[in-house]
Ligand binder design. Structure first.
Ligand SMILES: [Zn+2]
Length: 420
């Protein structure tokens, strides 16, 4: 931005810069389209990429050469055709991998993820109450994993955190459930592992995972809600993940819905998450069952699966509050889809209909958005952390640009997630 305004002060230079920028953006967009087509159609021939993208064969060839040089893709295996030249097929390079961590209060899950979103290794790490002692534990596990995969190339590190990260300083600015003080997580891991590190909010990571590895083709307005210890939301608006000033957009969990309610970890009283998170379900269960031994959320969900009436009543009350809170989201953003991920999805057949009814009954106008479940919380956060590490090459869903492939544009629909 600074560069553009400086150039614009010279007569004519602004237009030249804009033309240069737009040709660079076009090249990046074409590259994203080709990489996305290789990811979704692999193994695929160059001629098919040209046909599917609507790009000239020469353009496709030069992008493919670049991607091969950068090792994002590999070439191999020939198609058996009766006559003529046998084209070689292109696939993503699955020896290129990322180290990722899904950080939660008290523990982290550390993993190795490849370009196709496959988890090659996974390990639980117990965390301490502060980042000074916790981050070295994550780093140590990552170092061990790197040593155990000598034939893979480690491209970067992605970390999913239950908090908001300032997009400029890359530091945690708010993490009420994690309660970590200010600490340079990114810098510490980069210095130790000598790899680029990207941090992301857990809800945004899950949404990115759905965009890259899920089934979100054609959806341009969606909200993902994670229901775990707290409530996190991520917003896809007109095809872009919304960050907001300081990376703080999407904190619906901390909008008070009853000022007379219990105190929240953020300091306010009666926030949505105080009534609709997994912690709320545990509180309701304790209230319905005075004197009973404390249970974990996994125990509570197991009890609901076994038909325990008090457990079902507690999670049903949580589900009602979830549905009521979704009104905030539909009224503010009018998404096509609301994606739910979190603890209560394991008994979705019981609690999904309660949430759906509350949502339906609270619409201001028009039909309610579709409710859908993501892949499980852990997988979507790990893949999302990997996508976070990868997307620094492209910034596809967060930089403000969006593309449609030639084919999909003609169908009048989709935005294609890019791989790099
Ligand atoms: Zn709050």
């Amino acid at each position: 931005m600074r560069k553009a305004s400086r150039k614009q002060s010279q007569p004519g230079a602004g237009l030249a810069y804009a033309q240069l920028a737009s040709s660079e953006i076009a090249r990046d967009i074409n590259r994203d389209i080709i990489l996305e087509l290789i990811r979704s159609r692999q193994p695929v021939a160059r001629a098919d990429l040209s046909r599917l993208s609507g790009l000239q064969p020469s353009t496709v060839s030069s992008i493919v050469e670049q991607l091969l040089k950068e090792r994002w893709i590999t070439e191999g295996g020939a198609v058996c055709r009766p006559r003529g030249r046998r084209p070689t097929l292109l696939s993503l390079n699955d020896t290129l991998v990322m180290l990722v961590a899904d950080v939660r209060p008290n523990r982290a899950i550390v993993a190795v993820v490849d370009l196709n979103g496959r988890i090659l290794a996974r390990q639980d790490v117990v965390l301490m109450s502060d980042p000074q002692r916790s981050v070295p534990r994550i780093v140590g596990t990552m170092e061990d994993m790197r040593l155990r995969h000598p034939s893979h190339t480690f491209e970067g590190v992605g970390i999913s955190l239950p908090g908001r990260i300032d997009p400029i300083t890359h530091r945690l600015v708010m993490a009420p459930n994690l309660r970590w003080g200010d600490f340079d997580i990114k810098g510490e891991i980069e210095r130790s592992l000598k790899l680029p590190v990207e941090l992301n909010n857990a809800a945004n990571a899950s949404l990115l995972s759905e965009l890259w590895f899920g089934r979100m083709d054609g959806v341009r307005n969606a909200v993902l809600v994670t229901i775990v210890e707290g409530i996190g939301t991520a917003i896809l608006a007109n095809g872009q993940i919304l960050s907001g000033l300081g990376g703080l957009a999407g904190e619906f969990g901390h909008v008070p819905i009853d000022p007379a309610g219990p105190r929240c970890t953020c300091g306010q009283c009666g926030c949505w998450e105080v009534f609709a998170s997994s912690r709320a379900a545990l509180r309701f269960y304790a209230e319905f069952n005075p004197g009973a031994a404390p249970v974990t959320i996994q125990d509570l969900m197991q009890l609901t699966a076994e038909g325990d009436k008090k457990a079902i009543a507690a999670v049903s009350l949580q589900a009602q509050y979830i549905g009521r809170g979704l009104r905030l989201i539909t009224a503010a953003l009018s998404p096509e889809v609301i994606l739910i991920t979190g603890d209560l999805t394991s008994s979705w057949h019981i609690f999904g209909p309660i949430i759906e009814k509350e949502l339906r009954d609270s619409m201001l106008a028009g039909p309610p958005p579709a409710l859908a479940l993501t892949t499980d919380v852990e997988l979507s956060r790990l893949r999302g952390a990997a996508a976070t590490a990868l997307q620094r090459h492209s910034g596809y869903h967060t930089s403000g640009r969006s593309v449609e492939t030639g084919r999909r544009r003609s169908a009048g629909t989709a935005q294609t997630p890019a791989m790099a």
